[in-house]
Design a protein around this ligand. Structure first.
Ligand code: HEC
Length: 122
């Protein structure tokens, strides 16, 4: 009984704190894109999309044939590189021409557009 009180009191305080300050909102990838206040960031949503679909070819660490023909000035492996070519990348993403295997699913295209519209947050 004593142990229970010791463990649960701090836990309850943290829980109430999280509710009061709405913690964790930003990082929740399952919130709808249409939710008002939903914020897309590089760290939470965009990095994984680029890593899984683009970095195979658009990697600043890669050269020559490893790039599969991807232009040397278009890299998507870091936040800075992604921001530098975000508009060009978005043209390809919205047109469904990148990745060359048939483009991204609609939800991911929408996330990328929203990332740009909300100011390319890290
Ligand atoms: C299998 C390799 C490969 C993958 C994966 C790939 N690309 Fe490309 N990308 C290329 C090649 C090859 C070119 C150059 C030929 C072309 O433009 O069609 C290119 C060109 C580009 C360009 C330059 C177009 C321009 O002239 O402005 C952008 C931007 C781009 N890709 C973005 C992306 C994005 C974003 C992804 C992921 C969603 C992606 N690519 C995935 C191979 C790839």
């Amino acid at each position: 009984m004593r142990n229970f009180a010791i463990i649960s009191l701090p836990g309850a305080v943290i829980f109430l704190f999280m509710i009061a300050f709405n913690c964790g909102d930003k990082a929740d990838p399952f919130r709808s894109v249409d939710d008002p206040g939903f914020k897309v960031t590089y760290t939470d949503q965009i990095k994984v999309i680029l890593d899984n679909n683009c970095v195979l070819c658009h990697d600043s660490e890669k050269q020559g044939a490893e790039r599969n023909g991807a232009p040397l000035d278009v890299n998507l492996d870091t936040y800075e590189n992604a921001v530098a070519v975000a508009e060009r990348a978005n043209i390809q993403i919205q047109a469904g021409t990148m990745p060359p295997t048939g483009g991204l699913p609609t939800e991911l295209r929408a996330l990328f557009q929203q990332w740009i519209d909300q100011g390319l947050e890290e």
